[in-house]
Design a protein around this ligand. Sequence first.
Ligand SMILES: [Zn+2]
Length: 93
Amino acid sequence: MVTAGDDMAAGDVDAAPLLPAKPGAVRYRCSSCGNLTRFDVVATRQTRAFYHFTLAGECRIEDEDVLSELVESVTCRWCGSTAAVEVISPIAG
Ligand SMILES: [Zn+2]
């Protein structure tokens, strides 16, 4: 296990993993079954988008920025665990 465990120096740690605004800037790992690749992520996003309408009324979304994102829960698709999913750093360098 790579889990920090009872790390007093880490301060208060939220149970829910946090995700930065950009998907792909974080990775998850299920410490229960070792899953690295498949997760159900429930998130609330606030976005700003450029809606480009034609005169006929067709809409095309040309640009979308994520202004904020709150990850509610991350669940492992393999074993169904939520508590065992931990955030790991993306491969650095
Ligand atoms: Zn799992």
